[in-house]
Design a protein around this ligand. Structure first.
Ligand code: FCB
Length: 781
């Protein structure tokens, strides 16, 4: 039997939502939504409103069978008058025609978080009237589009809309009230029920809704789902499951609230908004339940813990971080939890059809000359598909899978920095560019499965997926460790037998050869190095949290290099973090020839396959230079630091590129890393070019030197001479005038390095990470 083909008729596609991609927020009579008001980010998004023909073509080329999109309520009802804006519906009319013309089946979501601001002003979701308005809206949309849409989803993730929008206030409309959050949740479900009735009476073929169902586990259960819990932990898990999952599942699918929720709602504003008959309306029979799955919720009992604001009623529960690989968003990657969710729902609601309506990941993408090689995203989707398939093989009724998402887009509170797309979008030009993951997904769809990408021989992953546990647990079982519960052991051994799995060295070494020691190797620290300090602090705490012991090693002599390589060769350490490798030394290269995973902080001087974390030095320098150009400066000199530093080379490249785009000539002066050399270089630039009106220095230390030189020479900053630095060291905000500079993320770099190493230790594909920098404008420019 091939384990990687999907059932015949399995539906493949992608999901998007209106506010995240459409843009054109005042076109065709659209009114403002709560997100237009709440978000400070520009609202053009992907300009899909105008570019939908291209996006539909893209989907067709990628072989998509299904497209889940959402209708923007404020396009259809721009204000609270109750009058339909037909021009708003015209857009969806055109979109549907384009989709159907190329054979893509549309799945419409009616509410993906963009409440009309006018309705918010009348009370928003805490007001019962909003539910009635939603049903009118559903009827209007169905009236116009119902001839071409078969499957309707009422809501997307009502937990998020209610508890982040009205509870902790991190999402629009930004209200912070536990009582309003519970009321909103109830009214959203009422809206769902009323809209379902309206859709059915209009003749809708299939109606469903979309919930974000996260399995709730303790940290120990993440690697061993069957692990027995203490009474306190079991209670904490059950309570969070009730708040996050069953608060929606049970009213909608069984017609009652979970018993443990009602006293919590009562304590938080009372129960009078839950009226007689509401639950009958809410529990409409459904044809399809959409599941959005990203990661599990990990909790444990902790008596002193106050309630989390997004989970009123969660007193005494600690939300834990777990030492697994994570996406760039910081979300733990636990594919087997997708099987867990699907198995659970199929067991609890055996009649219900399921569809994975969202699953995907944010990773930092690097655009190269020959494409975007997002291997991490491919692994993410592949592992989740394997987990899905194992649930299907156990009888779960999963009808389809939609990747979140087609395009890089506006990711709510995170803005445009998050990249969930299969297709890259350059927001300056709106150019679309399929990533490797898009092409890979196209092939998956084409063959309705994963067969050709993996050897047939069963692997540790296949056994893990089949038995619903992590790879580490499988490894523990095959190595005969005692710490595994009998149920899990039986499940794993059954999967081993059924699949004919033969444990290989990798499986054995996953546990037995682990030393749990990690070497954190520091080359001679650069002066005033806040980054080294951040790395020591964060890498140590994250890796220690993952059960590793950190050995700090200094790589300052040839002898120390030899010792470090020897330790790796003898496998006295499981992994190595090395920083900074930027003075073309050979340590990184020698370490990469051992079979110990290594990650670098900073791009190495010599290109290699070793993954690294770096910041976007070229982009930051270009932004600094463009800022000077935009403020009218034309004769811009650059003070370069030592040219053997890769970061300096990249900053110079970014500076040059920006000048070239503006048709300006570079003027360079060299320096080492000291202030005095910055001052000397500035004097030299001013001597060579009396009309100099700006200086960009490769580091803040050099810029501080330039400020000093300008003062000595009687140049006023910024009137005569603007000065911009790089790094945003503490001193940059304390100079007179305050120094404009480029901020590099410190803690994020350190955390990214630690995660990259954990990912490598778990045997995942890893790619280098390049983190964005940000221009901080102060008085010096
Ligand atoms: C889901 C949302 C979707 C997107 C992904 C990353 O919760 O439904 O709009 O933001 O997360």
């Amino acid at each position: 039997m091939s384990t990687a083909s999907f059932p015949e008729g399995f539906v493949w596609g992608v999901s998007t939502s209106a506010f995240q991609i459409e843009g054109a927020t005042s076109a065709g009579g659209r009114g403002p939504s709560i997100w237009d008001v709440f978000s400070a980010d520009r609202a053009e998004a992907c300009d899909h409103y105008h570019r939908y023909p291209e996006d539909v073509r893209l989907m067709k080329d990628l072989g998509m069978a299904a497209y889940r999109f959402s209708v923007s309520w404020p396009r259809v009802f721009p204000d609270a008058s109750g009058k339909v804006n037909e021009a708003g519906l015209d857009f969806y009319d055109r979109l549907l025609d384009a989709l159907l013309a190329v054979g893509i089946t549309p799945y419409a979501t009616l509410y993906h978080w963009d409440l009309p601001q006018a309705v918010e002003e009348l009370g928003g979701w805490p007001s019962r009237d909003t539910a009635r308005r939603f049903a009118d809206y559903a009827a209007a949309v169905h009236g116009r589009l119902g001839d071409r849409v078969d499957t309707w989803f009422t809501l997307n993730e009502p937990w998020v809309a209610a508890f982040l929008g009205y509870g902790d206030g991190s999402h629009a409309p930004g209200r912070k009230s536990a009582a309003e959050a519970f009321r909103s949740a109830h009214h959203m479900m009422l809206a769902h029920g009323l809209a379902t009735q309206a859709l059915r009476s209009g003749g809708a073929a299939r109606v469903g809704t979309v919930l974000n169902i996260s399995p709730v586990l303790t940290p120990a259960q993440v690697s061993d789902f069957g692990r027995r819990l203490s009474e306190e932990d079991a209670e904490a898990v059950a309570r969070i499951d009730a708040l996050a999952n069953r608060q929606f599942l049970e009213p909608m699918l069984r017609g009652s609230y979970p018993a443990e929720i009602l006293p919590i709602i009562e304590r938080n504003g009372g129960l009078d908004h839950i009226r007689d008959g509401d639950l009958d309306i809410i529990a409409q029979p459904l044809d399809l339940l959409g599941i959005n799955y990203y990661s599990p919720s990990v909790v444990q009992a902790q008596p002193s813990e106050p309630a989390a604001s997004a989970y009123p009623g969660s007193e005494g529960v600690l939300f834990c971080t777990i030492p697994t690989a994570v996406t760039a968003m910081g979300w733990p990657i636990v594919p087997n939890c997708l099987s867990l969710v699907l198995r659970r729902l199929s067991a609890e609601y055996p009649e219900l059809d399921l569809m994975v309506t969202e699953n995907g990941a944010d990773f930092v993408d690097v655009v190269t000359g020959d494409g975007i090689h997002d291997v991490e995203r491919i692994s993410f989707v592949e592992e989740h598909l394997r987990a899905l398939l194992s649930a299907v093989e156990d009888g779960a009724r999963v009808r389809g899978y939609l990747v979140w998402t087609l395009l890089d887009n506006f990711e709510w509170t995170e803005g445009y920095q998050r990249k969930f797309g299969l297709v890259h979008v350059d927001f300056a030009t709106q150019k679309r560019r399929p990533k490797d993951s898009a092409l890979w997904y196209r092939d998956v769809i084409r063959r309705n499965g994963l067969t050709e990408t993996r050897p047939k021989r069963p692997t540790l992953e296949t056994v893990a997926a089949r038995s619903g546990v992590s790879r580490a647990t499988v490894s523990r079982v095959v190595n005969g460790e005692a710490s595994v519960s009998p149920e899990v052991r039986t499940a794993v051994m059954r999967a081993v037998k059924e699949l004919g799995y033969v444990p290989n060295a990798a499986a054995r070494s996953l546990v037995t050869r682990r030393t749990n020691a990690i070497a954190l190797v520091l080359s001679v620290p650069r002066q005033g190095d806040a980054l080294t300090a951040a790395v020591v602090q964060y890498v140590t705490s994250m890796l220690e949290g993952a059960g590793k012991q950190i050995t700090l090693m200094l790589a300052d002599t040839a002898e120390s290099h030899r010792r470090i390589v020897q330790q790796a060769e003898a496998r006295l350490v499981d992994g190595v973090v090395l920083l900074p490798p930027d003075r073309g030394d050979t340590l990184a290269e020698r370490l990469s020839r051992t079979d110990v995973p290594i990650v670098l902080l900073g791009k190495p001087a010599v290109a290699s396959l070793v993954p690294y974390v770096d910041v976007d030095n070229a982009g930051g320098a270009a932004a600094a230079t463009e800022h000077l150009l935009a403020s009218g400066r034309r004769r811009i000199g650059m003070i370069c630091g030592p040219m053997d530093l890769v970061a300096v080379q990249d900053r110079l490249a970014g500076h040059r590129a920006a000048l070239q785009r503006a048709g300006a000539q570079p003027l360079l002066a060299l320096a080492d890393l000291t202030r005095a050399s910055g001052a000397a270089a500035a004097r030299q630039l001013l001597g060579d070019e009396p009309a100099l009106d700006a200086v960009f220095a490769a580091t803040d230390q050099l810029a501080v030197g330039a400020l000093q030189a300008a003062r000595e020479l009687g140049r006023r900053v910024p009137e005569d001479l603007a000065i911009v630095g790089f790094d945003d060291i503490d001193a940059a905000s304390a100079t007179t005038p305050g120094l404009t500079t480029v901020r590099v993320p410190l803690a994020e770099q350190a955390l990214a390095v630690a995660r990259l190493l954990l990912s490598r230790l778990e045997g995942r594909h890893t790619t280098s990470v390049v983190l964005p920098t940000r221009l901080v404008v102060r008085e010096s420019s």
